[in-house]
Design a protein around this ligand. Structure first.
Ligand code: PRP
Ligand code: URA
Length: 209
């Protein structure tokens, strides 16, 4: 079973509380998603493999560490996942970015896929799927299905707010995928929204409601 790690750094918790407030503006919401994503990126990249490299300092030759050539891909689930991409890219600027477009049917809560555009060598990359919300888990499961269908094998899922129901469903469907979240909330309501959550992440990020 994949792990579900809550990344509860004080800076993340503080920023997340502002993000959740209903009176936070679109501008501030966007900036905060970006900042939290960067702080989370720092934690979730903790396991990236290192290799020895011999370098010359002004004083001596020495063997030090560098990241191995292992390639990364950041894959946001559209729309709201887009808000987390720049934060990740500020840490790993050379990473490639794939996109998976998905929306939830408002009545059934079932996700509908409308776009998949990935780096060609996605099967050789360490992938970070990013989406601020893990609610019923439907979107995350379908996104990982879609990646695996195209050969992807090394996938981590990073969100800001998760519901226990979504964590359980994603872990059952994809036990090889580790989940990282800034908060594990109480539950889903009858509309499939996370409680207390932060509302509709896509609408708040893009100001569409
Ligand atoms: C939101 C969110 C996730 C999904 C989570 O997207 O960004 O992708 O819902 O819900 P689930 O776990 O129940 O699938 P939404 O469908 O609102 O689309 P949007 O990002 O375009 O607003
Ligand atoms: N999608 C959102 O944007 N928010 C929720 O609370 C649930 C799904």
């Amino acid at each position: 079973m994949g792990k579900c790690q809550v990344i509860s750094h004080p800076l993340i918790q503080h920023k997340l509380s502002i993000l959740r407030r209903e009176d936070t503006s679109t501008k501030n919401f966007r900036e905060l998603v970006n900042e939290i994503a960067m702080l989370m990126g720092y934690e979730v990249s903790r396991d990236l493999p290192l290799e020895d490299v011999e370098i010359q300092t002004p004083v001596a030759k020495t063997v030090q560490k560098q990241l191995t050539g292992k390639k990364l891909a950041i894959v946001p689930i559209l729309r709201a996942g887009i808000g987390m991409v720049d934060g990740f890219l500020s840490l790993v600027p050379a990473a490639k970015v794939g996109h998976i477009g998905m929306y939830r049917d408002e009545e059934t809560f079932e996700p509908v896929e409308y776009l998949v555009k990935l780096p060609e060598d996605i099967d050789q990359r360490q992938i970070f799927v990013v989406d601020p919300m893990l609610a019923t888990g439907g979107s995350a499961i379908l996104a990982v299905d879609s990646l695996k269908k195209r050969g992807a094998a090394n996938i981590k899922f990073v969100c800001l707010v998760a519901a226990p129901e979504g964590v359980k469903k994603l872990q059952e469907a994809h036990p090889d995928v580790d989940i990282y979240t800034a908060a594990l909330d109480e539950r889903l309501n009858e509309h499939g929204y996370i409680v207390p959550g932060l509302g509709d992440a896509g609408d708040r990020l893009f100001g569409t409601k």
